[in-house]
Design a protein around this ligand. Structure first.
Ligand SMILES: Nc1ncnc2c1ncn2[C@@H]1O[C@H](COP(=O)(O)OP(=O)(O)O)[C@@H](O)[C@H]1O
Ligand SMILES: C[C@@](O)(CCOP(=O)(O)O)CC(=O)O
Length: 504
């Protein structure tokens, strides 16, 4: 290999200490293309769940919990493609030459990257089956289903967008989003896979600073469309809202006027980036069961249930009207209180619909007791998660670190306060899991190449390689490795070093 030859040929006397040795070792193993990373957020429904099933509007927003996908390339002779998804324990390798390329490229089946695909082709799904069936044979049916869903999503996109000449590579994914808790973990990985595969075939321009907004929007929608295809592999009949939020970021208003059509989704660029507490009950729930409960209630008490659903619709509209005002200022305490009180009202109405759970009520009791902010369940209910819009006033007197300012405006620092630490201990003692996150952040992003200029002392920056990524310890370890924590330690903001995002 000429790269190796050159490195080996360097005069040993010119070698300058350990940094140089490390640099040369990296060079010796440099594959054909540099590794890169993509990332996409999870989501919460802020207002309007359940009522949206009955034609009312709802608001969903991105959160700062995200999935990260690292793409590393192997030497051309390897001819393999691998998924390493440790969050679900999936590690699988296919031989590229044995995949059903012929079926995916036959007449009438081949799709271009710009095609709009909104149904899965049963013949293509059948062609994938033998390549999915062999995955994780020794596991329980439930776990195999989880592995098979993620693997099908990947393979459907890989075969639709790639070619038999696709470079051998490894896709390593880690996520800080709890799985199956209504936070859009599947959509987040779907967006990562779509973005990575589109980048590999050079079907995306940018993201770059001077990109015209229209071009940016086209790129995001391209990623979103293929992510929807991946979501269909995982969910069958997704609404498309989760992948839209994971692609675009920020927040959206969505409404399904006609149940046979996809919802109308409108971006809300002015939705404030508020600090948010998210608490996972760790109680599994089924969206289907909770939606069915409301349908039964509506049948038994139509007038009352309709009034509750109308009231939830009014809550969403009130929030929408507020943030759409020219004078909207999320740093104004009265405005924040208005948004917070709408959360409290929304929760009460969901309780009336019968979709809360004793664990959600306990979480609300603990958070209300701590006086931190305004809490509601999010998503289907019956378990899953609760969200709290944090009242920065409530954190003012109890800072743990002297001199650290509690800012009233967006991205307010909240992570060091005594009251929050106590609350997190109380929640964890009862088996709940608390996350400090931010509402309405960035959508899909790219770190190309996967190198951070983080003062690690490595010349040219620190490469994020597969082993480091797999070894990163928990959510904090992942965020530190991918360049989030460096900014968090100062003001809890989620500025991501080196990452680029398509602007909306
Ligand atoms: N971190 C992850 N790694 C691999 N697959 C994942 C990951 N997160 C989610 N998935 C896929 O998405 C599915 C979860 O979807 P779902 O139950 O709807 O949860 P959510 O509401 O969080 O999207 C999993 O079964 C798995 O196939
Ligand atoms: C209850 C509902 O309004 C939201 C469900 O959200 P999730 O499955 O918890 O992400 C159902 C729906 O909109 O399809």
């Amino acid at each position: 290999m000429s790269a190796n030859g050159n490195v080996n040929g360097v005069n040993k006397g010119a070698v300058n200490g350990a940094t140089e040795t490390a640099r040369r070792q990296r060079k010796m193993s440099t594959p054909l293309m540099p590794a890169f990373m993509v990332s996409a957020p999870g989501k919460v429904i802020v207002y309007g769940e359940h009522a949206v099933v009955h034609g009312k509007p709802a608001i969903a927003a991105a959160i700062s919990l995200r999935s990260y996908l690292l793409v590393t390339f192997l030497s051309k002779s390897r001819r393999t493609v691998s998924l390493r998804f440790p969050d679900i324990g999936l590690d699988h390798t296919w031989n590229i030459d044995e995949l059903p390329w012929a079926t995916f490229s036959q007449n009438g089946k081949k799709r271009a990257y710009y095609d709009l695909v909104n149904t899965l082709d049963p013949e293509l799904m059948d062609a994938l089956k033998p390549h999915i069936a062999t995955i994780s044979p020794g596991l329980s049916e439930d776990m195999r289903k989880v592995h098979h869903s993620s693997a099908s999503a990947f393979l459907y996109l890989f075969l639709s967008l790639g070619s038999p000449k696709s470079p051998p590579c490894v896709y390593t994914l880690r996520s800080t989003i709890p799985i199956g808790a209504g936070l859009g973990s599947s959509a987040s990985i779907a967006v990562c896979l779509s973005c990575a595969l589109l980048m590999q075939i050079r079907a995306l321009s940018g993201p770059h600073q001077d990109q015209p907004p229209d071009e940016s929007r086209i790129q995001i929608e391209r990623i979103n469309q293929w992510a929807f295809v991946a979501e269909m592999c995982i969910h069958g009949n997704p609404s498309g809202v989760d992948n839209t939020v994971a692609s675009r970021g920020k927040a959206v208003l969505f409404q399904r006027m006609d149940y046979n059509k996809p919802p109308v989704v409108t971006s809300l660029p002015d939705f404030p980036e508020l600090p948010l507490l998210l608490v996972n009950t760790r109680q599994s729930r089924s969206t289907h069961t909770e939606v069915a409960k409301v349908a039964v209630l509506r049948k038994q008490h139509p007038e009352i249930t309709n009034l509750i659903l109308d009231a939830i619709g009014n809550v969403t509209e009130s929030a929408h009207n507020l943030i759409s005002k020219e004078s909207f200022d999320s740093e104004d305490p009265a405005t924040l209180r208005h948004l917070g009180e709408l959360c409290t009202i929304n929760h009460g109405l969901l309780v009336s619909l019968g979709v809360s759970h004793p664990k959600l009520e306990r979480i609300r009791e603990l958070i209300d007791g701590a006086g931190i902010g305004w809490t509601k369940l999010t998503g289907a209910g019956g378990g899953g998660c609760a969200i709290t819009i944090v009242n920065p006033e409530s954190l003012k007197e109890t800072q743990a670190e002297p001199g650290q300012r509690i800012r009233l405006h967006r991205r307010a620092s909240m992570h060091k306060t005594e009251r929050l630490v106590k609350l997190s201990h109380a929640l964890e003692a009862e088996g709940f899991q608390m996350f400090q996150t931010t509402l309405a952040g960035d959508g899909v992003g790219v770190l190309w190449p996967a190198v951070l200029q983080n003062g690690s002392g490595e010349e040219g920056g620190e490469e994020i390689d597969q082993e480091k990524f797999l070894r990163a310890d928990g959510n904090e370890g992942i965020e530190r490795l991918v360049g989030v924590a460096a900014s968090k330690q100062f003001d809890n903001s989620d500025v991501r070093e080196g990452w680029k995002f398509w602007g909306m």
